[in-house]
Design a protein around this ligand. Sequence first.
Ligand code: KE4
Length: 426
Amino acid sequence: MQRSEQLFQQAQKLFPGGVNSPVRAFGRVGGTPPYFKRGSGPYLFDEDDKQYIDYIGSWGPMVLGHAHPGVIKAVQDAASDSLSFGAPTAVETELALKIQQHLPSMQMMRMVSSGTEATMSAIRLARGFTGRDKILKFEGCYHGHSDSLLVKAGSGALTMGEPDSAGVPTDLAKLTLTLPYNNLEAVEQLFAVDGSNIAAIIVEPIAGNMGMICPVPGFLEGLRVICDQHGAVLIFDEVMTGFRVHIGGAQGLYKVRPDLTTLGKVIGGGLPVGAFGGRTDIMQCIAPLGPVYQAGTLSGNPIAMASGLATLTALEAPDFFQNLHAMTHRLTEGLSSLAESAGIGLSTVGQGGMFGFFFSGQGPVSNFEAVMAGDADQFNRFFHSMLDQGVYLAPSPFESGFVSASHTSEDIDRTLEKAERALQSL
Ligand code: KE4
């Protein structure tokens, strides 16, 4: 991995930790991150021309696989007409209509340029709409890096061991209440005493930033009832799950309707796009219609909109999510049985094109505390064995993995052959 090592050394002088997003630095697993120069379908090629089967997919956007011909053509065609106008375009309307077709709860929406912008704006909107200041999030959930949401956060914050970031004013952080994921009783107790001061609950309807954790039956439905009882806004952060776990997102899978939804990743197809939207009466509080200000130079960028539109059009193909789920299931079931044969405690979970695995003997994992009890050393050794064998997994136990529509059963089976060797070596 010589070229990547040289590049990483040079990058350390330019970027903190040598990276532009912390989890990429391999801080949790050690070693040098490969530098990629090309992707094609399920494969990545690093600067030393080593090929990897990719299970990160740029942390979710690449649900079609890398360099999908239809997406690349849409981007090239749009780019030849200029990269940005800073003005309304027809293509942003087309993308919004397609999103709304599959997520009808998004009666109105606003495009932004990242998931962080989407959740930050949604929180401000919920506070402006209700006139309340407190919000509730769940331990281990990550909603991007805006100040109010960097409290007991997951993903890179957890990977770096800093779930509560420095630099967030104490007076602001105390307005962010946190509870264990999947603990509905704790939410009921909190709202019983403080419900009239809570503007919103923001939740990952399937948690993907402390590994992958699915909601226990009744959890999401219960949040819906509590928000209705207390006039709080229910925000589903579907930046990761949107167009990843089901054509209708997690809200379509679990049939629970949020008041607001945040999106990102897949709706940009690899280009910077986020969105927030939901009930018309709430969205009408957003400037220029209402008093909640929100803006962005490159919001609705036409190249990014074209990329997202081509991506969503492609995933509307018949049986797209059934096939994607079948591939993911083949991987997770295979990993489970290989681990059992190797006498390793491994629990796996998968939904649509998203999966997780935990090195823990305690069976299914349902919250942050159980995640933290996992065997981090086994994870690290498994990760590096797979990376050496050309399988690119997330470099942290506090992330999810992603399968694309371009992964074939042969790719999955080759992955499992390598996993067998990795598990035997633990
Ligand atoms: P971005 O600002 O990174 O586009 O989105 C923030 C965000 C919001 N909500 C959820 C549920 C998310 O998963 C994310 C971002 N996810 C991480 C991966 N766990 C992005 C990868 C990174 O931080 O480098």
